[in-house]
Write a protein that binds this ligand. Structure first.
Ligand SMILES: NC(=O)c1ccc[n+]([C@@H]2O[C@H](COP(=O)([O-])OP(=O)(O)OC[C@H]3O[C@@H](n4cnc5c(N)ncnc54)[C@H](OP(=O)(O)O)[C@@H]3O)[C@@H](O)[C@H]2O)c1
Length: 391
């Protein structure tokens, strides 16, 4: 039995991971975490007989009845998930927390030498060098959960790294594929949250609509596979059947195909190095399938270029990019910032960001906090500029 701690258990990836675990006789949940969705977390803990949980939001944690069941141990507050990782015995940690908030737990898992299934791509975007160097020192392999990176991991592993020329990440193109900037000015929250192929948490769904998700994935791939940014390509593939491709040095192109269902990469990471049966729809080739590929429209959707520009500066800039994006996405979801304002805010913060890297978590926190503060001010500027234009 593999004992698994599921962080971000109440989110889209977390809930699907618990389904994968429930369907497997080889996997067992040793700990669960959430931010504030305590009702769902307790339901999960009771049904899976989990005694150790972490709740980041202290007020939400305080609503948990003390005498719910005697074995229940609740860690509360910021840093609770990382404490859970350090204190509870486990073979593998699945980190499905969203945003910079997941970084501390990634580092805790690696420090403890626990296998790490990483959905929280922001850990690599914010502190890629810190994370990968720690993983190498600890002899821990990071198992990507992102469908594109899971596909790349399998393809690169099969080919051997020396045979790889470059990586190709596919993008659905999001709900606004083919739209021009004029149409995008009036995009609503509901339109941006209606992703054509994937059902995901709100933040990553907006990132998919702006194409920032692909920008973050390019940075993630750079750190996971150690390839220069000019060897990582993005192509739009609206069917979302090909999750990634690898160009070989001899001109061959390997592709990874399957239906769009996150339980596949989640199960791959949880069962690694074995493969287990997963009850998902099979891709039916007999009826004929269409596979279209096109270059992304980087003029209308500048996020991939912004991610590459930040990547060229180093971890401090990619950390700042992530902070600006988190602030801008939240502001858009609250109705304060127009859709196109998200990339405007990120651009200003990336342009102002310092080149260079950092060697500690505390330094990453400092860069994140500074960029968040600056991004809040830029959000107000961008939102006010829109109001001036519409006067
Ligand atoms: N969804 C997908 O299909 C998908 C695919 C590839 C990669 N990913 C990546 O996986 C991660 C999770 O995505 P998701 O779509 O599952 O997100 P989600 O549905 O928004 O869930 C996020 C989870 O993190 C918890 N959380 C939020 N803020 C937190 C904080 N400050 N401290 C501790 N926990 C916190 C949430 O708890 P509450 O429920 O209490 O808010 C929830 O359990 C992201 O990094 C995303 O980029 C997701």
């Amino acid at each position: 039995m593999k004992r698994v701690i599921v962080l971000g258990a109440t989110g889209s990836i977390g809930v699907q991971a618990l389904k994968v675990i429930a369907a497997s006789p080889d996997l067992y949940v040793a700990g669960l975490s959430c931010d504030r969705s305590v009702a769902l977390l307790l339901e999960q803990a009771i049904s899976l007989r989990v005694n150790d949980v972490a709740v980041a939001d202290e007020r939400a944690a305080a609503t948990i009845p003390g005498a719910l069941y005697p074995e229940l141990s609740v860690r509360a507050g910021s840093g609770a998930a990382a404490r859970l990782v350090r204190e509870v015995d486990a073979d593998l940690v699945l980190n499905a927390i969203v945003g910079f908030a997941g970084l501390e737990s990634t580092l805790a898992a690696l420090e403890c030498g626990r296998a790490l299934a990483l959905a929280n791509k922001e850990s690599l975007v914010c502190a890629g060098s810190l994370v990968t160097e720690l993983a190498a020192r600890q002899g821990v392999e990071i198992l990507p959960v992102d469908s594109e990176h899971s596909a790349l991991y399998q393809l690169v592993g099969a080919a051997g790294p020396r045979a790889v020329d470059s990586l190709v990440i596919t993008a659905s193109g999001g709900p606004f594929r083919g739209w021009d900037p004029a149409r995008l000015t009036a995009v609503t929250r509901e339109q941006a949250l209606a992703h054509p192929t994937w059902s995901m948490g709100e933040k990553i769904t907006i990132d998919s609509a702006t194409l920032m998700n692909k920008g973050l994935e390019v940075i993630e791939a750079h750190h996971l596979f150690g390839l220069a940014y000019d060897r990582i390509e993005v192509v739009v593939h609206p069917q979302s059947l090909v999750h990634a491709l690898v160009r070989m040095v001899d001109g061959a192109l390997l592709a990874h195909l399957g239906v769009a269902d996150m339980r596949v990469p989640i199960a791959y990471a949880l069962h690694h190095p074995e493969r287990a049966t997963v009850a998902v729809e099979r891709l039916d080739l007999s009826g004929g399938i269409s596979l279209d590929f096109a270059a992304p429209d980087e003029e209308t959707f500048p996020a991939i270029g912004l991610a590459r520009a930040a990547g060229a500066k180093g971890d401090a800039a990619t950390c700042a990019l992530n902070a600006a994006n988190e602030v801008a996405v939240r502001s858009f979801l609250k109705g304060d910032l127009p859709f196109l304002g998200i990339s405007q805010v990120v651009r200003k913060i990336v342009e102002a960001s310092e080149a260079g890297s950092f060697g500690t978590y505390a330094e990453a926190v400092a860069v994140d906090e500074q960029a968040r503060g600056a991004a809040v001010a830029v959000c107000v500027e961008v939102a006010n500029a829109r109001m001036d234009c519409s006067d």
